[in-house]
Design a protein around this ligand. Structure first.
Ligand code: NOJ
Length: 536
């Protein structure tokens, strides 16, 4: 066994908690740290290994915590530092890791660093942010656009310059070319690592460094009407600059000052550019998040191609990972439909690489419709009406059928799904055929069969809606057959091999069935087959 076999984050299953929506214990309609502690037994019962928390630091909440005004505190909305320490110890006691969200690209405009920076042109913190003169009177320094709509430059009357903000004007970008900025954030990392956190998910890590000359970005020739306006230009000079890898290698060195920690990068890039984030000699992020499943066309051939492209792009020794949902993208149950969401769960938990689950996907939570007067997401407020809103995937966890779904004793900050009286943890746990039972069975199977974690991935040619692959162990092989369409399909025995037995069906009703010939799948059915490793 070499070191890499021991890395817990390769074997583990990650689970993202959006703290505002997980469990409220103080009756303000917003989730908190005590609530997460209360729900640790649930997380443990699922079988996951690591919990990633979206930001819990002091923040004016313009972007719900992704605008931080103090990197080493806890926002009172979520609790206290004592609560946080209690969470880390309780999680560790039950064998769960805690991953924090590090947001180094930008601070809140209320952060003391920015207040000082905007105070004068020649103060010591001026260069901690990105200040530039306009091109001419009333014209920003260049054509870069904010991801949340409008120019990415805000004019500051007091000192007559513009500052850069890739997101909201309340989220000014730090200047990562300044060594003092790097050092202060590395100290923030050490602060939390010393408190026992097991790693970080780094927000928009591919944004950290911008073009040194701030050249105009080129127009996007493939812009599609109806898409967010920032997509009208490409981000050639504002993101994914070569020097970012230097910064990430430095972050990784901080991580490696401590034992057994992990650096995860949030990166939306095509696969061939994503894999560069593993770094030279794999000294970058251990897990550059692979979001390919979030935006793919849900078809067997597209997914087969994504897996093949990713597997072949991975540098030698780099460990893959897969993500099915997060707090920025529509819920998987709504993207692919509830029937296919079960197939998607089987895919996620049988692919080679660390899976990351998004809270509530295991109970099939869908995208909740948000009435205009209930919109909270600043992206939707800035760019209304084209479906960019992220509130619908951030609604409260549905624990039980009581008022407010057991999430809170009061009206939650976002509306609950109207089907929560049935679609909730208590109900679905009692139902042996539910999506929750499926998730639990899949996770248990992944733990039982090591080749689902470490076995090679071998695609098997298939037709139509069938996605077929093998995960190979020493003496046995697992075959995964997924029907991505609604029609029944049959797979010839020479594609799956002989002596196979069904370990699990997404319908949870065929366990133990011996397959002697062709494998028949119902519409929207996935199965996992076990059997000897002989040629299939
Ligand atoms: C990515 C986060 O996931 C998203 O929620 C946030 O709005 C932006 N970064 C800006 O921090």
């Amino acid at each position: 066994m070499d070191q890499s076999d021991k890395d817990w984050w390769r074997h583990g299953i990650f689970y993202q908690v959006y703290p505002r929506s997980f469990q409220d214990t103080d009756g303000d309609g917003v989730g908190d740290i005590r609530g997460i502690i209360e729900r640790l037994p649930y997380l443990k019962s699922l079988g996951i290994d690591a919990v990633w928390l979206s930001p819990i630091f002091p923040s004016p909440m313009a972007d719900f915590g992704y605008d931080i005004s103090d990197y080493t505190g806890i926002d009172p909305l979520f609790g206290t530092m004592d609560d946080f320490d209690a969470l880390v110890s309780a999680a560790h006691e039950s064998g769960l890791k805690i991953i924090l969200d590090l947001v180094p690209n930008h601070t809140s405009d209320q952060h003391p660093w920015f207040i000082e920076s905007r105070g004068s042109r020649d103060g010591p913190k001026r260069d901690w942010y990105i200040w530039r003169d306009g091109k001419s009177e009333g014209e920003p320094p260049n054509n870069w656009l904010s991801e949340f709509g409008g120019s990415a430059w805000a004019y500051d009357d007091a000192t007559g310059q513009y500052y850069y903000h890739a997101f909201l004007a309340q989220q000014p970008d730090l200047n990562w070319r300044n060594p003092a900025v790097r050092e202060v954030i590395y100290e923030v990392m050490r602060f939390w690592l010393r408190r026992g956190v097991d790693g970080f998910r780094v927000d928009v890590i591919w944004h950290l460094i911008k073009d040194v000359e701030f050249r105009d970005n080129p127009a996007n020739p493939h812009y599609l009407e109806g898409r967010p306006p920032n997509e009208k230009i490409l981000t050639q000079y504002s993101t994914d600059q070569p020097e970012v890898h230097e910064v990430i290698a430095e972050m990784r060195r901080v991580i490696d000052e401590f034992d057994d920690r992990v650096l995860i990068g949030e990166i939306y890039l095509p696969l061939h550019r994503l894999v560069v984030y593993y770094g030279n000699d794999l000294a970058g992020a251990q897990m550059p998040f692979n979001f390919a499943l979030l935006s793919t066309l849900w078809s067997a051939r597209s997914i087969e191609k994504i897996i093949a492209d990713y597997e072949s792009a991975l540098p030698a020794g780099a460990w893959p990972n897969w993500v099915l949902g997060n707090h920025d993208r529509p819920r998987v149950a709504s993207r692919v439909g509830m029937e296919q969401a079960r197939v998607a769960a089987m895919l996620l938990l049988t692919l080679r690489g660390t899976p990351t689950l998004y809270y509530g996907d295991e109970i099939g939570m869908h995208q909740v419709a948000i009435a205009p007067d209930q919109v909270r997401d600043p992206f939707e407020k800035n760019v209304p009406g084209i479906g960019v809103g992220r509130d619908g995937c951030r609604t409260p966890m549905q624990w039980n059928a009581t008022a407010n779904a057991g999430f809170s004793t009061t009206r939650p900050w976002l509306p609950l799904a109207d089907d929560y009286t049935h679609e909730n943890v208590v109900n679905l746990d009692a139902d042996a055929g539910s999506v929750l039972s499926l998730y639990k069975a899949l996770i248990a199977l992944r733990k039982k069969w090591p080749q689902l974690v470490t076995g090679a991935y071998q695609p098997v040619a298939a037709q139509g809606d069938i996605l077929l692959y093998r995960r190979e162990g020493q003496d046995s092989v697992i075959v995964v057959a997924l029907n991505l369409g609604p029609e029944p399909a049959s797979i010839a025995s020479d594609s799956i091999g002989f002596g196979r037995q069904i370990l699990l069906s997404t319908f949870l009703d065929r366990q133990g069935e011996e397959i002697h010939g062709a494998l028949d799948l119902r519409g929207n059915e996935g199965v996992i087959l076990g059997g000897p490793a002989q040629a299939g």
